[in-house]
Write a protein that binds this ligand. Structure first.
Ligand SMILES: O=C(O)CCC(=O)C(=O)O
Ligand SMILES: [Fe+2]
Length: 360
């Protein structure tokens, strides 16, 4: 893989809520200037290759990132395993919120379950009757910092959607993707923690299997923002272009590139990777990123590792089929636009989850 590009999203980050350059009688007007076209162009090129880049100025500042990791450290290290597993609201696939203990998730059936614990947060309005922050020791602080972070990620998601539409050549309907993120009923913010470990091979091999911090996978949705703590800098993350067939899960040995997080000049740089849904939506014109997290060396093994992923999944009812406005443009570029039958985003995610369940 060539050098990983750094892209500045600021041309698409708007003041005052992010609904566009101007709000004229309820109509959002996004003025397509040179800066926006340049940014979209860079993004489009990246999506066509491996779908992976550093993204600067998404609308979150250094302090937003630092404060979520400060509190995450207190959340994961400041509560005993007994408390976390016994008292906290446990994650379930149906709710996709709350605490998931170590080795709760298998992303690749060639591996043992992941060496990580997580906490997942979703849109407030979806959970009026369920307090999944119950019994968290620093509940007020944890809830505040994660909710604030979630809200800012929602706005950043809108900016990315506008940029993606411009990249694909939408001229009239620049809000095509942005408008599929209105309910936000499937977006999730997940905070991940892996404890220090003695060796680079985290656990004993069982049979031929071993575990990773995060095993090989492709994210299901549109795209993901990834943030890392300043101590581990996300070390251990590796990426490659997803193969159409195995999504990185079969060829475990070859093609993996090490990537460490970088802070950027304003300390607010994050990582962006594309997901399977964006690949399908564009008839495989764009690629999804296969990725994993290993323990690369003894230093990384001794460190706690924290990361924070915002998964951008369009609203459940969104129908995933080639958008009319760009159909001809994609055909011109050799895309088989009818390759995949239309299906809703909710159905697509269900299909992906089932595929994983079958593999396990
Ligand atoms: O922790 C990381 O750097 C990656 C996490 C990830 O890929 C995921 O949660 O889907
Ligand atoms: Fe991922």
């Amino acid at each position: 893989m060539d050098e990983i590009p750094t892209i500045d999203l600021s041309p698409f980050v708007f003041q005052g809520g992010g609904r566009g350059d101007d709000d004229y009688k309820g109509e959002t007007i996004v003025v397509l200037d040179e800066a926006k076209r340049k940014c979209a162009d860079a993004l489009g090129k990246c999506f066509k290759r491996h779908g992976f880049c550093y993204l600067e100025n998404v609308g979150l500042e250094k302090e937003d990132i630092e404060s979520v990791f400060r509190e995450a450290k207190l959340f994961f290290e400041g509560q005993s395993t007994e408390h976390k597993e016994g008292e906290l609201v446990q994650w379930e696939p149906k709710t996709n919120t709350g605490y998931a203990k170590y080795r709760a998730e298998v992303l690749n059936d060639l591996r043992l379950p992941d060496e990580k614990e997580t906490f997942s947060v979703r849109k407030d309005s979806l959970y009026k009757d369920r307090d999944y922050f119950e019994n968290v020791k620093r509940k007020k602080e944890w809830k505040e910092v994660t909710k604030r972070f979630y809200d800012k990620c929602e706005r950043a998601c809108e900016s990315l959607c506008l940029a993606t539409a411009v990249a694909l050549g939408f001229e009239k309907d620049v809000r095509f993707f942005a408008d599929t993120f209105r309910e936000m009923d499937l977006c999730t913010l997940k905070i991940l923690h892996s404890m220090p470990t003695k060796t680079t091979e985290i656990s004993e091999k069982v049979g031929n299997k071993m575990s990773l911090r995060v095993s090989e996978h492709v994210d299901f949705g549109f795209a993901t923002f990834l943030f890392h703590d300043s101590e581990s800098l996300g070390r251990g993350l590796q990426v490659k272009k997803a193969s159409r067939f195995d999504h990185g899960r079969d060829n475990l040995e070859e093609g993996w590139i090490d990537v460490a997080a970088k802070r950027g000049s304003r300390g607010n740089c994050c990582i962006l990777n594309t997901g399977a849904l964006l690949q399908r939506w564009t008839g495989d014109f764009y690629n999804a990123t296969a990725h994993r997290v290993i323990v690369p060396d003894e230093i990384a093994a001794m460190q706690h590792r924290y990361s924070c992923a915002f998964f951008m999944d369009p609203d459940g009812e969104t129908v995933i089929k080639t958008p009319e406005e760009i159909r001809d443009k994609l055909i011109e570029r050799g895309v088989d636009v009818d390759k995949y039958p239309p299906l809703s985003c909710a159905e697509f995610l269900k299909m992906k989850i089932n595929e994983m369940a079958v593999k396990q």
